[in-house]
Ligand binder design. Structure first.
Ligand code: UDP
Length: 356
């Protein structure tokens, strides 16, 4: 493939795309980025492009603030127009957002090969919009890059062995990002000095199943409020969660800050005592930086973290959350086991992509 169009739109995709973009430049492959606009605030988008030195998007679709169907439909239309004009050799999509599905679908209908990075992951919860996006994207892709053996197994179980698709295990590109940017973060971030944080727990909440379900959100807030009495809890709050909290609740006692850039996030992950999250990416990053993680979901796509005792799933249950906190407060683990590759996932993917 000589000319690639990459589709991004949401925060986790910026982090993942940074790793492949760097390798495309090294390999001399022409990459043009379409930013769908799903995340658009400076601290949810622009900061990642700047800090991680991601090439400026060639196209900005500016689509956000509408329902899932409207968003996916508008993206599909916008991306199709660009693809007809650009005629790329392949379209690259990441993860499981509406931008992922729209990009894959627009390309597949035009018979342009689709490359899906972070393929094969499953939560087996079809109520999650992300699960729908990832299953459909995998099914219409030409090349699937899987981070784990579990992801490869999931695809086999769904019969992908008998489909005209290439499947690779390349490792996790988020591990690449964590390793590559950790040194830069140490030099550039002043979040620890600014916030004067020392002993603290880092928490993030933004999954729709938690933010849009008042009982779940109330139970999580109750759990974090209890834990905060013992160790300060700091939440860089996603705009979706903040909007809902502002409408519904009095602001909780724990510390809420604006979403932070990737360098600040790395420093928070490195320095915290423990992580509590419903994010997919942050569960892995906790492990990359040697921290136990409590996951505010009933399932995870990253099952190896649970199997190895690094992660406990509590859903939104206040009691389970407190019990997991008690367990991890005194537990020590050896995080040196290699679950996600050695930081070469993007390099491996680009090596294969150029042969497609
Ligand atoms: N992240 C960040 N600042 C924040 C919260 C998250 O830089 O305030 C990073 C996080 O470290 C990870 C990515 O954003 O690299 C994950 O995105 P998110 O949790 O939004 O999405 P998910 O992984 O759940 O799809």
């Amino acid at each position: 493939m000589k000319k690639i169009i990459t589709i991004v739109g949401a925060r986790p995709q910026f982090v993942k795309a940074a790793t492949l973009s760097r390798q495309f430049q090294i390999a001399g492959i022409d990459e043009k980025i379409i930013h769908t606009g799903q995340h658009f605030d400076a601290n949810m988008s622009e900061v990642f492009f700047r800090e991680m030195e991601i090439p400026k998007p060639a196209y900005q679709l500016d689509i956000h603030g509408v329902s899932h169907g409207a968003m996916t439909g508008r993206m599909l239309e916008g991306i199709e127009k660009i693809l007809l004009n650009e005629k790329p050799d392949g379209v690259l999509v990441y993860g499981d957002t509406n931008s992922t599905l729209a990009g894959a679908l627009a390309a597949a209908k035009l018979h342009i090969p689709v490359v899906h990075v972070e393929a094969g992951l499953r939560s087996f919860n079809m109520a999650m919009p992300e699960e729908i996006n990832r299953i459909l994207t995998d099914r219409i892709s030409t090349a699937l890059f899987c981070p784990t053996d579990t992801a490869i197994r999931n695809l086999k179980n769904e019969g992908f062995d008998n489909m005209p698709v290439q499947i690779f295990k390349n490792g996790d590109v988020m591990q690449d990002a964590a390793m590559y940017y950790a040194g830069k973060a140490q030099l550039k971030s002043d979040i620890l000095q600014k916030t004067r944080l020392r002993k603290f727990i880092l928490a993030t909440i933004h999954r729709q199943e938690n933010t849009d379900n008042p009982d779940n959100l109330k139970n999580i807030i109750a759990g974090l409020t209890e834990i905060n009495k013992e160790i300060p809890v700091v939440v860089p709050m996603h705009p979706r969660t903040r909007n809902i909290l502002a409408q519904t609740y009095k602001l909780p006692d724990f510390t809420i800050i604006e979403p932070v850039g990737y360098f600040d996030m790395i420093m928070l992950l490195k320095s915290c005592d423990m992580v509590i999250t419903d994010s997919g990416g942050v569960q892995k990053e906790a492990y990359f930086f040697g921290k136990h993680c409590i996951t505010l979901r009933e399932q995870t796509e990253w099952t190896e973290l649970v199997e190895n005792g690094f992660n406990i799933l509590t859903g939104s249950d206040t009691q389970k959350l407190k019990a997991a906190f008690e367990t991890f407060k005194t537990k020590t683990s050896d995080f040196s086991i290699d679950l996600y590759g050695n930081g070469k996932a993007a390099e491996k993917a680009v090596e294969e992509i150029r042969k497609l």
